[in-house]
Design a protein around this ligand. Structure first.
Ligand code: T3D
Length: 263
């Protein structure tokens, strides 16, 4: 396999499809994967034809986190993990959550360590019913990273966040959906069809309205209701000037399906 094939990347119908592709290593994140992801992020930040990022994995796993085969723990001069986080994981997290279009993660199988927490950064996370989420860090003497120590309590509350992070016990896709860790678990045989349907729907949506919604909901915890009302007024003012708003209202009046362009 050519080194760049460790992550597959394509853009079609406004959907940037990013597939982790090291199935024999459960799509663990090697240095080559980091380098390829960084290149893809640069491309994504510059393209104007993308309206959705769809992240998934190839094979039976979504991603098993850091490739532990690359860590030489016997060697005391081996890499400082803080450096790995600072130079590779944190920039990836910051870039993923700042993309100027929605981010859908389709968890096709087990998601562990950084793999689980990268998935949880998405705006919408769906998973195959047979998938599981494992905060495996404690099992190897680490703590959650890739924003996990922030996303977990925000998503499921302190009691569940602490329990799954301290025990490293797997959480089934169904429990993950019931707890609010992800949006929904999809029966295995319907997974691909449902992911494609969702991706196409989001890629054809009024992108600016989706981004304003994401921004308002993600930051709502930091504001009072009063301040949130001001934010809604300001965003609605901006959205009311978009081509997609005009198209939405016209399509409603003309009883047809709107054709949104993302502007
Ligand atoms: O280092 C830094 O830069 C700091 C940042 C760290 C971020 C992190 O992500 S730390 C956490 C790293 N990840 C893990 O600790 C997870 C390790 N993997 C597992 O716990 C389990 O493999 C799974 C729960 C993911 C799946 O279990 P299971 O039983 O379905 O599969 P398996 O048999 O354990 O694994 C199958 C193969 O994948 C196996 O190789 P083999 O025996 O067939 O040759 C296994 O070694 C390999 N594999 C699984 N995870 C990793 C891996 N190889 C390299 N790195 C992995 N993370």
């Amino acid at each position: 396999m050519a080194e760049r094939d460790c992550v597959l990347f394509s853009v079609e119908d406004g959907i940037a499809r990013l597939t982790l592709n090291r199935p024999d290593r459960l799509n663990a994140i090697s240095l080559a994967v980091h380098e390829r992801l960084a290149g893809i992020m640069t491309e994504l930040e510059q393209r104007h034809d993308v309206r959705l990022l769809l992240l998934t994995g190839n094979g039976r796993a979504f991603c098993a986190g850091q490739d532990l085969g690359e860590r030489r723990v016997e060697d005391p001069t081996d890499m400082d993990l803080g450096e790995s986080i600072e130079a590779r994981y944190n920039p990836l997290v910051r870039r993923l959550v700042s993309l100027p279009f929605p981010f859908l993660c389709a968890v096709n199988g087990v998601a562990a360590g950084a793999g689980a927490n990268l998935a949880l950064l998405a705006d919408i996370v769906v998973a195959r019913e047979s998938a599981r989420f494992v905060q495996s860090f404690a099992r190897i003497g680490l703590m959650p990273d890739c924003g996990g120590s922030w996303t977990l309590p925000h998503l499921v509350g302190q009691a569940r966040a602490l329990a799954i992070a301290l025990t490293g016990e797997p959480v089934s896709a169904r429990d993950a959906a019931t707890w609010g860790l992800i949006w929904k678990a999809i029966p295995d045989d319907e997974f691909h069809e449902e992911v494609d349907r969702l991706a196409l729907m989001l890629a054809r949506a009024p992108t600016k309205a989706l981004l304003a919604t994401r921004e308002a909901i993600r930051s709502a915890w930091m504001r009072s209701l009063d301040a949130q009302l001001d934010l809604e007024r300001n965003s609605q003012r901006e959205l009311g000037r978009t081509r997609d708003y005009r198209e939405g209202v016209l399509a409603f009046k003309e009883r047809r399906v709107p054709c949104f362009v993302g502007r």
